[in-house]
Design a protein around this ligand. Structure first.
Ligand SMILES: Nc1nc2c(ncn2[C@@H]2O[C@H](COP(=O)(O)OP(=O)(O)OP(=O)(O)O)[C@@H](O)[C@H]2O)c(=O)[nH]1
Ligand SMILES: [Mg+2]
Length: 362
């Protein structure tokens, strides 16, 4: 796996969850963070941050000499351009950062195409903005696609042409996926989908249940491709699907790009929402919230859900109770199981719960 080991200055929100998440994202992409600047408002119009703060960042850049600024928010191309111009350094916003991780991690044909399409979408708005700004006499900015003086119209056409080609290729992959899915549906084998925040332990649980050896890692977005494998529960044949992890503030086009992969979740009879319960309560709340938001965007009904509290080998029993209380969840509530994918604790309990929720094929 590539690790570029570039040095970065991080700009994010002043709360522990935002800082930790942004750092994990940056480190997963191979950046080391030299310093973190926290600001309550990072969506201001010109630079994302206020003018005074932007000047402060410029001084920090001169002092620390990082390779890039990582800006933990989705920036408009003009904001990215302005900050980059002021600080004379490449600015990587949250969208770009997630894209970089995806580009590094995509291994299958389908995910490679999906990520390339997402990148072209990201690029085209910036080339267009570059054209608009250069008409006002803007000079070339570091990392701003290095567009220089060439004919941007040709670049835009080029991006559009590549988009068409990639979309066609994606359709071929989607057809294959649909074919597999139709076969499965024809056989009426119950499908169980593993979902949840990135690094919750979905693949670890998937491997344990299906005897697979797919990669697991503490870095974010280890899995970018949906895998389906068969297994048995109480002698009934079932299928398990491992999916791409969720993240807070996922750029909307990312859901769009991974729609066909994520849509596997819609065909599931049972959806496991895996949570890292060894996290601190603030992170658990944030991750549960963003996972539920994503599942609702994907129109997954609540009655298909089982909340899987994972990594409880790292949590004391009293702590589990405290955390559940904080989340307003009654410990005896149906559709909740606390497990450890590492030790296998309570995994049988989970399988029985799944069994009680699946329809027996006729
Ligand atoms: N202690 C402990 N560690 C776990 C458990 N489950 C997973 N892990 C660890 O948590 C990290 C993330 O696990 P993965 O299975 O890769 O998580 P994931 O949800 O598939 O992550 P992405 O594919 O990145 O979305 C790995 O380092 C695992 O070894 C568990 O029950 N207990
Ligand atoms: Mg995984």
């Amino acid at each position: 796996m590539q690790l570029s080991e570039k040095k970065a200055l991080l700009i994010t929100y002043p709360n522990q969850f935002a800082v930790t998440e942004a750092k994990s994202l940056a480190e997963s992409t191979g950046y080391s963070i030299l310093d973190t600047i926290c600001q309550k408002h990072i969506t201001a119009s010109k630079f994302g941050i206020g003018k005074g703060k932007a000047e402060f960042v410029k001084e920090k850049i001169m002092e620390l000499k990082p390779d890039v600024i990582i800006f933990d928010e989705v920036l408009k191309p003009s904001q990215q351009y302005n900050l980059s111009k002021l600080c004379k350094i490449e600015v990587i916003d949250r969208e770009k950062l997630i894209l970089e991780i995806f580009l590094n991690r995509a291994v299958t044909n389908e995910s490679k195409i999906q990520v390339k399409l997402a990148q072209l979408k990201y690029d085209i708005v910036r080339v267009k903005e570059k054209v608009r700004l250069s008409k006002g006499g803007g000079e070339e900015q570091p990392g701003f696609l290095g567009v220089g003086k060439y004919d941007a119209d040709i670049e835009i056409l080029n991006i559009k042409r590549r988009t068409v080609v990639l979309k066609k290729k994606l359709m071929v992959e989607e057809k294959k996926r649909n074919l597999h899915r139709n076969q499965r549906m024809h056989e009426k084998i119950p499908l169980i989908s593993l979902t949840g925040y990135t690094s919750a332990g979905k693949t670890s649980l998937f491997n344990l249940i299906t005897n697979e050896k797919k990669e697991t890692n503490k870095q974010l977005f280890t899995t970018l491709t949906t895998y389906t494998r068969s297994s048995t529960i109480n002698e009934k044949k079932v299928l398990f699907t491992d999916t791409i992890g969720f993240i807070s503030k996922l750029p909307p086009y990312m859901i769009e790009a991974f729609k066909s992969t994520l849509s596997e979740i819609n065909y599931a009879d049972v959806v496991l929402l895996v949570l890292d319960f060894s996290d601190n309560i603030i992170s658990i709340k944030e991750k549960l919230k963003s996972s539920m938001e994503t599942l609702s965007k994907l129109e997954v009904p609540n009655n298909k859900l089982i909340l899987v509290l994972n990594k409880i080998d790292l949590v004391k029993p009293t702590e589990i109770e405290d955390k559940l209380r904080e989340l307003n969840i009654h410990p005896d509530m149906d559709q909740i199981v606390s497990i450890s994918s590492k030790t296998g604790l309570n995994v049988n309990l989970l399988l029985n719960k799944i069994d009680s929720m699946i329809m027996v094929p006729e």
